[in-house]
Ligand binder design. Structure first.
Ligand SMILES: [Zn+2]
Length: 158
């Protein structure tokens, strides 16, 4: 799918294209408010002028990770037919924030962890962000290796 495809489908649904500046040739993001402090982000990584898929999920920090289930849409037709259902599902998830939190520490949000190309392969899962987000300074690091199986980690829409 091309940037024009994404704009044509996402913008009428309320998503706003975020200017990526010098990195725009690598990836593009669209953001839509989702109630309360939540937004829905749609992210596409570019291979030339085509993106093999767009990932749609919940966000709190616009530069941060997608939280909870990621919906990976792999075709223009699927994006057109499934977008409304994906948005409705994500909006519903914001009303049950406990399901988006780590069952082990109960503090951090869970985010998709999936294998990288060429790396060790495993089934994608939702892990506590404390697993890899070790920040110094004001934000206290809570070591946690919690995994959530309460909601799907990755849903593919072909
Ligand atoms: Zn945790």
């Amino acid at each position: 799918m091309t940037l024009d495809d994404l704009k044509a489908i996402l913008e009428p649904a309320g998503f706003v294209h975020q200017s990526g500046g010098m990195l725009e040739h690598l990836s593009s993001s669209f953001i839509k408010p989702a109630g309360g402090h939540w937004s829905i982000g749609a992210h596409a990584g570019w291979e030339g002028n085509e993106a093999p898929y767009v990932d749609i999920g919940l966000m709190l920090d616009l530069r941060g990770a997608t939280i909870g289930t990621v919906h990976r849409v792999t075709s223009v037709a699927a994006l057109r037919s499934k977008l409304r259902e994906i948005i409705t599902g994500l909006e519903a998830a914001t009303t049950q924030e406990d399901l988006l939190k780590c069952p082990e520490c109960g503090v951090r949000w869970v985010a998709l962890k999936e294998p990288s190309a060429g790396g060790k392969q495993f089934t994608p899962f939702l892990s506590c962000q404390g697993m890899y987000k070790a920040r110094s300074g004001k934000e206290k690091f809570i070591p946690c290796r919690g995994i959530s199986r309460r909601i799907p980690a990755l849903v593919i829409h072909g």
